[in-house]
Design a protein around this ligand. Structure first.
Ligand code: 5GP
Length: 128
């Protein structure tokens, strides 16, 4: 099945500079910026600059250069935030894909949450 990328999604607009963002880090292939509605004291989103909907889409179709840049950027952002376990008490990274995961923006993003105890991994509600 082909992935259908909507270039009107909010992160595509951020990448085109049509909407402002609070940039944490930018590389050739990736951008990290603060989440507009933080769910933890520190909440940063890391996106690839390429048109990928989900992590599986990215893994299937991105170039090796994009993949290594993105993976290294996620790690570097955690380090830049000062939250890695060698410096602080850690962080959580998470990426949602599709409706069951409640993905709101159809452009791949990894969330990095930190700055407080984040509880157990996942809380599955009884209803949507
Ligand atoms: P998802 O539910 O797709 O995993 O997460 C989407 C995230 O994007 C949410 O945490 C939401 O707060 C964030 N978000 C939505 N619109 C904007 C925006 O215009 N700017 C920023 N910085 N974050 C946004």
């Amino acid at each position: 099945m082909a992935y259908d990328y909507d270039d009107q999604n909010i992160f595509a607009k951020i990448l085109r500079g049509e909407i402002p963002n609070k940039t944490v880090m930018e590389t050739e292939h990736s951008l990290a910026f603060e989440d507009i509605n933080p769910q933890a004291p520190q909440h940063v989103l890391v996106i690839p600059k390429g048109a990928y909907v989900t992590f599986d889409h990215f893994a299937a179709e991105a170039s090796d250069a994009e993949i290594s840049d993105y993976v290294r950027t996620v790690g570097e952002v955690a380090r830049k935030l000062g939250v890695t376990p060698d410096m602080a008490s850690g962080y959580r990274m998470l990426t949602n894909a599709g409706p069951d995961a409640h993905q709101e923006v159809p452009h791949l993003h990894v969330h990095i949450f930190a700055g407080a105890f984040l509880g157990r991994m996942i809380d599955v509600p009884k209803q949507r």
